[in-house]
Design a protein around this ligand. Structure first.
Ligand code: FUL
Length: 474
């Protein structure tokens, strides 16, 4: 007899991503560029009293940044247009604390414009970080006057630099010039972004993409896309964010390890699609410090972070801080190029392409197991309404050496799978390779290399049904 699905499970299964979130899921791996006044004062948080003339790039080369990101397998750049010190990297009409007051290009330069153009040239997307916390601006802490100032600045960034894939708001909210704190009018900031850049996601202190909760490159074993609404609450995000420059958030709060299992969502009456992003720096700090030249994360560490984020239904936002001259240091370049090369090797040829998948059940002829191999994310296998015990068997046609299987759900119809197992047929017997919880947009299962022809995916538990739109073997 078919099991009755509880109402709260049906509700969770009905939550789906917006179009802009769907596009963002496909970004997977992209860069953060922390660059600005702090680059020239060798600091992480500026006071807002810095002399704009300190900003003096000699060889600013955003093309080098964008080309490097492209070669490293990244799909976009998010630039710190303004950090907490309030110094603006673009030509803004609303303050003179900007590139316009520096000697760089006789005050006519615009880093945001150069970076946006370089991203377009190399075929990657562009996004901005703008800090609402502004330690320079005199109206900060005054209420509506600052909110208006901030919206004016946002409007410039949202209209003058082409399409943005993301607006990134961090959770830090400190004191302004005269010890006053600002009450941000978040809803009005969001409304402006929706109006002027409807395709841009708003991350962290925003409704679209969730901060993983630390800055050390770790995410949860189960990163649910559907979580209680209160996780997008600004005060909650701000309280977990950095409040003291000497204490960056290192680990996920252990009470927040499970955000979306049945146990957590059972008594929650509002859920949202709020997927996770892992932000981490290639160096110790977010900004460039010469002392960190020998403190760059090695290839193995970055690949570990990649597999534990992109491979576990999160995205990876890797920070690369440019040097005062305006270029990325050769040591970071070398590491990042090796990341790009490693990704090329790891995902060189999908051996499941052109193979056969059989299933033990499917919704209808348009949703057979074979559809998981079509390569089109909109075509997928659908289990029908009895997902538990559904199986897909992948026949590669011959034996190959494999150490990775990549799976993906058709998330446009929600996140459904709660538990799955993966097997390989060795000497006529099914050997278990992985037993995990969620799949979501992407799950990469890694195991010791084996010579194998058949793989089996078993759905052990799901919400209303199960889908698979990606089944790859490397
Ligand atoms: C934090 C900021 O305080 C850090 O300086 C950095 O920009 C990080 C990404 O976000 O909230």
């Amino acid at each position: 007899m078919k099991k009755k699905i509880p109402e709260y499970v049906k509700y969770a299964a009905s939550i789906v991503p917006s179009e802009r979130q769907l596009k963002w899921h496909e970004m997977e791996f992209y860069a953060f560029m922390h660059y600005g006044m702090n680059t020239y004062t060798n600091s992480e948080w500026g006071s807002g009293n810095e002399d704009p003339e300190l900003f003096a790039p000699e060889k600013l080369d955003c093309r080098q940044w964008a080309k490097l990101c492209k070669l490293s397998g990244m799909r976009g750049i998010i630039l710190t247009a303004k950090h907490h010190d309030g110094f603006c990297l673009w030509q803004t009409k609303y303050t003179d604390h900007s590139v316009a007051s520096s000697k760089w290009k006789d005050g006519k330069g615009d880093v945001v414009a150069e970076c946006a153009a370089a991203c377009r040239e190399f075929g990657i997307k562009f996004g901005i970080y703008v800090s609402p916390w502004d330690r320079h601006e005199a109206t900060y802490g005054s209420g509506e006057a600052y909110n208006e100032f901030f919206r004016n600045q946002l409007r410039e960034l949202l209209t003058n630099y082409g399409e943005l894939f993301c607006v990134w708001f961090d959770g830090a909210c400190g004191e302004g010039k005269n010890g006053r704190k600002q009450e941000y009018d978040w809803e009005s900031y969001y409304a402006l972004i929706r109006e002027l850049q409807p395709d841009a996601v708003i991350n962290v202190c925003g409704p679209d993409v969730r901060w993983c909760g630390n800055e050390s490159g770790v995410c949860r074993k189960s990163e649910w896309n559907v979580v209680p609404y209160y996780h997008s609450n600004h005060e909650l995000i701000a309280s977990a964010s950095q409040k003291d420059i000497s204490k960056p958030p290192k680990t996920v709060n252990p009470t927040a390890l499970d955000l979306g299992s049945r146990k957590v969502i059972r008594n929650c009456n509002k859920l949202i699609w709020y997927p996770s992003e892992v932000d981490v720096s290639i160096r110790k700090g977010w900004f460039y410090h010469p002392d960190d030249d020998y403190n760059i994360k090695p290839l193995t560490k970055i690949m570990q972070i990649y597999y534990n984020s992109v491979g576990a239904n999160a995205s990876l936002l890797l920070n690369i801080p440019p040097m005062p001259e305006g270029r990325i240091n050769e040591k970071d370049v070398e590491t990042l190029l090796s990341v790009g090369a490693q990704l090329e090797i790891d995902f060189n040829e999908n051996l499941a392409e052109g193979s056969i998948i059989t299933d033990n059940r499917h919704l209808d002829e348009k949703h057979t197991g074979q559809m998981a191999l079509s390569g089109n994310p909109e075509e997928y296998w659908h289990s029908g309404d009895e997902p538990e015990g559904a199986e897909l068997i992948l026949d590669l046609g011959d034996e190959y050496d494999i150490d990775k299987i990549v799976l993906g759900e058709h998330i446009r119809t929600g996140q459904q799978i709660e538990k799955f197992s993966l097997y390989a047929k060795i000497d006529g017997k099914w050997k278990k390779l992985a037993a995990e919880t969620i799949i979501g947009y992407k799950r990469i299962c890694r195991f010791d290399e084996i010579r194998v022809r058949y793989f089996k995916l078993v759905i052990n538990k799901a919400r209303c049904f199960a889908t698979i739109s990606k089944f790859e073997a490397y």
